[in-house]
Design a protein around this ligand. Structure first.
Ligand code: AMP
Ligand code: GLY
Length: 413
């Protein structure tokens, strides 16, 4: 099958890497891609927010299947534009992607479906925000209603900082603080049938010990040895299936990847957020462990055939990913710096490899940083300590001036 992936981050590199290992995939394209993706797929420039341009590219390449990676094109309706050309797409319609595109919409769906989540108020004025913050008390949780690449959320004990963030957004969701460890659970769905993947944990804060600002994610690991073995079944029953059923009932079926960001609180599992696409960096560790060929699974979802899909198979052992971020990330990342040691970081036996996020290839063949999160180094092992050791050994071989990464990914498990 001739497959086109839209996007150019580490998630798309992980997807392309897995697709390139699937015997079903005879041609692999990615647009726009990045310097690392270019090693496993043919890359093409495209404005990924322009549905018409993406659909034209898919037709021109003879793509038989399109996978849309990031949220911004999904919310912009890129999957709809490609589907209109008769090509199957993995990724929800623009309307269904509102589950991620609007936190207020997601809250409405959850309320209708009886899905457990934090109590919340949607606020558009400073007075409303002040009243809501007062009602919940500290720590305060203030979320920009729209897409903000994981950076629209402020969790703080400082009332003024909470008010300031609310004032800087047009519309915010203010909600009760959820205590407890976070879990990311992905499910592949065709709008009716839901197939959960394995849970992972992401590290959202920029610095060690969960200090610093929220980011898109600084590292991840899977499996979660501390999690209740019944967690996935419980989330399927209380969160994933009811949400998919509710969206279908509304006439906006969700097909693609439903990402549940969960807090395991003392009062039970609560949804922190939904995303309408694979999470980054959790995808890197989840796909490292998935044995079932990826293309068949995603294509079955895109064509409404998941009910007949064989049970997923998983590799034994564990996977850890460490994100290398540019100097200044997340506030003001610096770009254009050369990266060295990439080949040295790859293990000959495939147990450690580098996935590119914000990179470009210079004319002289050098790989340059070109984004906030620059690389994600992924490793597998017989257990988490071994995967972690391999991930950090590989990270140590890479040089990027001013870069930073967390040193405590999967350390406390
Ligand atoms: P979100 O973009 O909604 O996933 O939020 C980003 C991060 O902010 C989450 O991963 C949590 O670490 C934190 N967060 C969001 N909502 C809450 C909440 N209600 N209580 C505690 N932390 C939260
Ligand atoms: N890692 C969090 C996200 O993808 O939104």
């Amino acid at each position: 099958m001739n497959v086109l992936v839209i996007g150019g981050g580490a998630r798309e590199h992980a997807l392309c890497r897995a697709l390139s290992l699937d015997p079903d995939v005879t041609a692999l394209h990615c647009a726009p891609g990045n310097a690392g993706i270019a090693q496993v797929a043919q890359t093409h420039p495209v404005d990924q927010l322009d549905g018409g341009a993406v659909a034209e590219l898919a037709v021109a390449l003879g793509a038989e299947f399109v996978i849309v990676g990031p949220e911004a094109p999904l919310v912009a309706g890129v999957a709809d534009a490609v589907r209109e050309r008769g090509i199957p797409v993995f990724g929800p319609s623009g309307r269904a992607a509102q589950l991620e595109g609007s936190k207020a919409f997601a809250k409405d769906v959850m309320a209708a479906a009886g899905v457990p989540t934090a109590r919340s108020y949607v606020c558009t004025t400073a007075d409303e925000a002040a009243t809501a913050l007062d009602a919940f008390g500290a720590p305060y949780v203030v979320k920009d209603d729209g897409l903000a690449a994981g950076k629209g959320v402020v969790v703080t004990a400082d009332l003024q900082a909470a008010l300031d963030h609310a004032a800087s957004c047009e519309r915010v969701v203010i909600e009760e603080y959820l205590d407890g460890p976070e879990v990311s659970l992905f499910a592949v769905t065709d709008g009716t049938t839901v197939v959960p993947l394995q849970p992972a944990q992401d590290f959202k804060r920029a610095y060690d010990n969960d200090e610093g600002p929220n980011t898109g994610g600084m590292g991840a690991y899977s499996p979660l040895p501390w999690a209740d073995p019944k967690l996935v079944d419980e989330v399927m029953e209380t969160v994933l299936q009811p949400t998919v059923d509710e969206l279908r009932r509304r006439g906006t079926p969700f097909s693609g990847l439903l990402y549940a960001g969960l807090a395991i609180t003392s009062r039970g599992v609560r949804v922190i957020e939904f995303n309408a696409r694979f999470g980054d960096p959790e995808t890197q560790v989840v796909l490292a462990r998935l044995k079932t060929p990826l293309n068949g699974l995603l294509h079955a979802a895109a064509t409404g055939r998941l009910a007949d899909f064989p049970t997923l198979r998983w590799r034994e052992g564990a996977a850890v990913t460490v994100v290398i971020a540019a100097e200044g990330y997340p506030e003001a990342p610096r770009s254009g710096d050369p990266i060295t040691g990439l080949a040295e970081a790859e293990a000959a036996d495939g147990t450690a490899y580098v996935l590119h996020a914000g990179t470009v290839l210079a004319d002289d063949g050098a790989v340059l940083s070109a984004g906030g999160r620059v690389l994600s180094v992924t490793a597998t092992g017989k257990d988490l300590p071994q995967a972690r050791e391999r991930a950090y050994a590989a990270t140590a071989r890479i040089t990027l001036a001013g870069s930073h990464h967390r040193t405590d990914i999967a350390a406390a498990v």
